[in-house]
Structures are given as structure tokens and as C-alpha cells.
Design a protein around this ligand. Structure first.
Ligand SMILES: Nc1ccnc(=O)[nH]1
Length: 158
């Protein structure tokens, strides 16, 4: 099924990020008719960024980068695949662009500050958790190995 195919690409992105010393979260944005609009990984460490989450990188990659942005219609009903449940910033971006579905590897059981599944669903966005062990373990390992860095993540509680 397409969900598995696109999630596998998000997982590859997460692995690339991990190899570069970054937060291992990858994402892929796919239009309603199955075209991949963009993919990317979390670049907070690599770019010293405070906004480049995996989902933002995938969304950013859908832009030609110069001149006019793509027509808003390409995003309508698109699916955002992410190895981790989107935070409230990326949830806001998904809502803003009219994304219709969010498929994520894990994270709904984590102690996140905002219940983004609830936010997404309250706006009619479908969500699906794939309960993917590999992305979950890679993230858990990164958190274990980078406690100080993780402690500065505003989306993680406590
Ligand atoms: N879902 C996510 C949470 C935190 N950072 C990310 O890049 N993605």
C-alpha cells in the first residue's frame, strides 16, 4: 500500500538525519493524487535552526524556492507522512495548507505539550498511527544520547 511506500521514504530521511548527528525525524508530503511534493528531515542540529522540523522541511521542499509559490490547490487533501507525531507548529502548518491526512510512525503516547491528534481531528484531518518500531527506537536512542539537547525541545514536556 502507498502508506507503507511513502512512510519508508520518511524513515530513510530520518536515518539520513541521524547519520548527520541530527534529530532522527523524517517526513514526506504527498498530494491527493499520489505525487510526492517534498521530503526532508529535522535539521535543528544541522542548521542550528529552531523551526526546521521534519514536516517543515518536507513542506519547504515543495516550493521551487524562487518566485511564486506553488498554487495552494496542490496541498489540498495531501497526506503528510512523518516518523513522529507532528508538534503543534507543524500541525498548524498542516492545517494552514489544507492537508487532509497525517500518517505518523509513533508519538501519540508521548508526553507532548499539545494533543495534536485532537487538534488535527477537530479540523477534520484524518490521522493514522503506524506504530513503527524502527522510527520509535531511533528517536528513543537519540533522546537517550542527547539529553541536554532534548531538554531544550519546546514540544517535549517536563
Ligand atoms: N513531529 C516532530 C516533532 C519534533 N520535531 C520534528 O521534526 N517532528
Amino acid at each position: 500500500m502507498d502508506d507503507d511506500k511513502f512512510f519508508a521514504i520518511a524513515l530513510e530521511e530520518a536515518k539520513k538525519g541521524f547519520q548527520d548527528g541530527g534529530v532522527p525525524i523524517g517526513a514526506v508530503l504527498v498530494s491527493k493524487d499520489g505525487q510526492m511534493l517534498g521530503k526532508g528531515c529535522n535539521k535543528l542540529v544541522q542548521e542550528g535552526s529552531v523551526t526546521k522540523h521534519g514536516e517543515m522541511s518536507a513542506l519547504e521542499a515543495s516550493s521551487p524556492g524562487t518566485g511564486l509559490p506553488p498554487p495552494a490547490t496542490i496541498y489540498k487533501g495531501a497526506t503528510m507522512y512523518s516518523t513522529l507525531l507532528p508538534c503543534v507548529m507543524c500541525t498548524g502548518a498542516c492545517l494552514l495548507y489544507g492537508i487532509g491526512r497525517v500518517v505518523y510512525g509513533s508519538g501519540a503516547d508521548q508526553n507532548l505539550k499539545f494533543d495534536t491528534v485532537k487538534i488535527l481531528e477537530s479540523y477534520g484531518v484524518e490521522t493514522a498511527c503506524l506504530s513503527n518500531r524502527e522510527s520509535e527506537e531511533m528517536m528513543a536512542r537519540w533522546v537517550r544520547e542527547n539529553p541536554e539537547r532534548y531538554g531544550r525541545e519546546p514540544w517535549a514536556e517536563g
